[in-house]
Design a protein around this ligand. Structure first.
Ligand SMILES: [Zn+2]
Length: 302
């Protein structure tokens, strides 16, 4: 009998879940609006899982791997998650009780890295770094095929590595000079707003800045280049610690393409420790499905 597993990606606005085979095929995917109430959230997830499973009754479901946007301990507990408005929640207990399935839980950025290792751009690797550059900067660190979660679930929070790029800019975490304050979409917008025409515009997106840089706006190009240098610098730091086989860059900001990747690699090659300075960079491949496949990888990619 073919084994399948649920991958569940719980976000602040939507929940994405999918049923995945042991070979990594995504059989069916559903997306629905996140509930504010914890009990209602898990009732909804369990109901959607039951509905999907009804379409694949010939398969044996071995469990559910769940990603949440916060620190997770013991593959089950969340102690506070600002994006979801949660306090202490036993995610594995809540969902396990409702479905009768074994449930494993992880931070969503770590799970995305697991997904990329299993079925995406990191296929075949056991040691990799994923930098997810979007509204913020997230990361997933995998060493020897296992996620680095740390003692209290805070492992892999690469967006909060202190840098000297904008030491007086406050990050969402409250500290100053974090990688995220320079290299995220929000950081890029903040930097671009120092210059015309962005200074005068009511609404600026990171894409506006990339487009202007492509059209030859030197200030916009400098802003994107600086974000790249900051990412390359932090990738070099991570490489000294982890010595990965590959570094993956994902998230909305990675759509900037060569304009961003060239300064990332330039700084990395300059700063990374010798034995690691040659390792390749690649764009993450799984996009919005990375969390679902990462959830399944917690069961199938041992
Ligand atoms: Zn921070």
């Amino acid at each position: 009998m073919c084994q399948v597993c649920f991958g569940v990606d719980v976000g602040g606005t939507t929940v994405k879940l999918g049923l995945v085979t042991q070979d990594g095929e995504l059989l069916e995917k559903q997306e629905f609006v996140s509930a504010h109430d914890v009990g209602e959230m898990f009732d909804n997830i369990a109901a959607h899982m039951k509905e999907v499973m009804g379409h694949f009754s010939d398969y044996q479901c071995v469990g559910a791997g769940v990603g949440v946007p916060g620190p997770v301990v013991e593959e089950r507990l969340v102690h506070g998650c600002a994006n979801l408005g949660w306090g202490d929640v036993d995610v594995a207990g809540e969902l396990g009780r409702r479905t009768g399935l074994p449930v494993k839980v992880a931070n969503d950025a770590n799970l995305a890295a697991m997904g990329e290792m299993w079925q995406g751009a990191g296929r075949g690797c056991r040691d990799l770094v994923l930098l997810t550059v979007g509204t913020g900067v997230g990361g997933g660190l995998i060493t020897g095929g296992r996620m680095i979660t740390g003692a209290t679930g805070g492992g892999g929070e690469v967006g909060h590595i202190p840098t000297s790029f904008h030491p007086d800019w406050q990050c969402g975490c409250g500290k100053y000079g974090c990688l995220e304050a320079t290299a995220s979409a929000s950081g890029i917008i903040r930097a671009a707003r120092q210059f015309s025409p962005f200074k005068e515009q009511e609404r600026v997106t990171a894409k506006d800045v990339f487009d202007a840089a492509k059209d030859g706006d030197q200030n916009a190009l400098r802003v994107v280049t600086e974000a790249g240098h900051a990412l390359g610098h932090c990738a070099a730091i991570l490489t000294c610690v982890l010595n990965p086989e590959i570094i993956l860059i994902g998230g909305g900001v990675s759509a900037a393409g060569r304009m961003l990747m060239e300064p990332v690699e330039e700084t990395f090659r300059l700063e990374a420790f010798g034995p690691s300075s040659h390792i390749p960079f690649a764009r993450a491949q799984l996009g919005n499905d990375a969390g679902i496949l990462g959830g399944a990888a917690m069961f199938f990619c041992e």
